[in-house]
Unconditional design. Structure first.
Length: 80
């Protein structure tokens, strides 16, 4: 049930972002099955959050800049 809720929220957030014209963030999204979990101020902080959530999403996660115009925001992508 948690996965369905997370998937529904991610879908709604993506649709809302596209409707507001922030397609740049959606273009950077990885392949199917990955969801943006959180955003952080540094790469090290993002990695720590990814490792801390190991029990929830397992070892498959990665961090990348939000967009090329906002490299100061690092997004944690996870696979549930």
């Amino acid at each position: 049930m948690y996965r369905r809720t997370a998937a529904a929220l991610a879908t709604a957030a993506t649709a809302g972002a596209l409707a507001l014209g922030t397609a740049g963030a959606a273009e950077a999204a990885p392949g199917p099955g990955f969801y943006a979990r959180s955003h952080h101020a540094s790469y090290a902080e993002c990695q720590a959050a990814g490792q801390a959530g190991y029990q929830i999403w397992g070892p498959i996660f990665f961090c990348e800049p939000f967009t090329s115009t906002r490299p100061d925001v690092i997004v944690l992508w996870v696979r549930y």
